[in-house]
Ligand binder design. Sequence first.
Ligand SMILES: Nc1ncnc2c1ncn2[C@@H]1O[C@H](COP(=O)(O)OP(=O)(O)OP(=O)(O)O)[C@@H](O)[C@H]1O
Ligand SMILES: CC(C)(CO)[C@@H](O)C(=O)[O-]
Ligand code: BAL
Length: 282
Amino acid sequence: MQTRPMQTVRTLPELRAARAAMTGRVAFVPTMGALHAGHMALVTAAREVADHVIASIFVNPLQFGPNEDLARYPRQEAADAALLVEHGCDLLWLPPVEVMYPAGFLTTVSVAKIDAAFDGAHRPGHFDGVATVVAKLFGQVRPDIALFGEKDWQQLAIIRRMALDLDMAVDVRGVPTVREADGLALSSRNAYLSAGERTAATELPRALNAAVAAIGRGEPVSLALAAARQAIAAAGFEIDYVELADAALQPTEELPARLLAAARIGTTRLIDNIPVTIRASR
Ligand SMILES: Nc1ncnc2c1ncn2[C@@H]1O[C@H](COP(=O)(O)OP(=O)(O)OP(=O)(O)O)[C@@H](O)[C@H]1O
Ligand SMILES: CC(C)(CO)[C@@H](O)C(=O)[O-]
Ligand code: BAL
């Protein structure tokens, strides 16, 4: 892997100066840190499509509910910076919370309808927090391209919609989910799992894949989803949802049908999703 100098900035004047010095196309990877190979796939994809790569790390309080894991969300700035350097990031934007939300901050960006189901229903206010911070980050960084993981499928749909609706002139691109060898989607929150929970967690992608295979064979969707829910629950999960994304979550034709799931094991909430092909003649 190449290593090249990476600048780290924590103030808006420094960010603006560094951005102004960039010529050519700029790709942006927003994150909440605790970086892993999934984030690095975004940085690598960014490197391939642009002249400069900017990443941000900001654990955004606005997108956490009152009983969620804001306080314990993993923070590992030095290790994150080292990974970003290794993968060719040019600029790391590390805004303090008072720079993002100074006293008097009053604005919310809300993407209606596609935020209503799935994680939007289970995490009230979450996607307003995401849309608001990403709108701010886009305004600060002014990227040509921004990359988001397909793991957060609904988030990707919402940000695409927001960028289109608000004429942000940012090309929002999805990057396929990076998985562990046993199928579990990489996630910063996997660090919360005990050894037993980590073993059980593989049931989530396994059951989703089994359901998609059954649907592909022509089994009724309702039966395939019921079997997946049963298997996920039997592994020790409390299920938030295991559902097919409906047309409302497909704001562009580039986003095919998807089976989405969220479930909690112990104190950890995991999400996942995979593509589905539904036979016309069932
Ligand atoms: N396994 C993965 N494959 C591809 N992209 C990913 C993966 N995990 C996270 N991303 C993407 O990285 C970006 C930053 O995500 P974030 O920092 O929340 O990481 P995370 O691992 O998803 O953490 P969390 O556990 O909070 O969900 C998002 O666009 C997200 O979709
Ligand atoms: C897009 C994002 C960085 C906004 O805080 C976050 O929701 C995430 O890490 O997926
Ligand atoms: N990975 C999406 C950010 C969140 O769960 O808050």
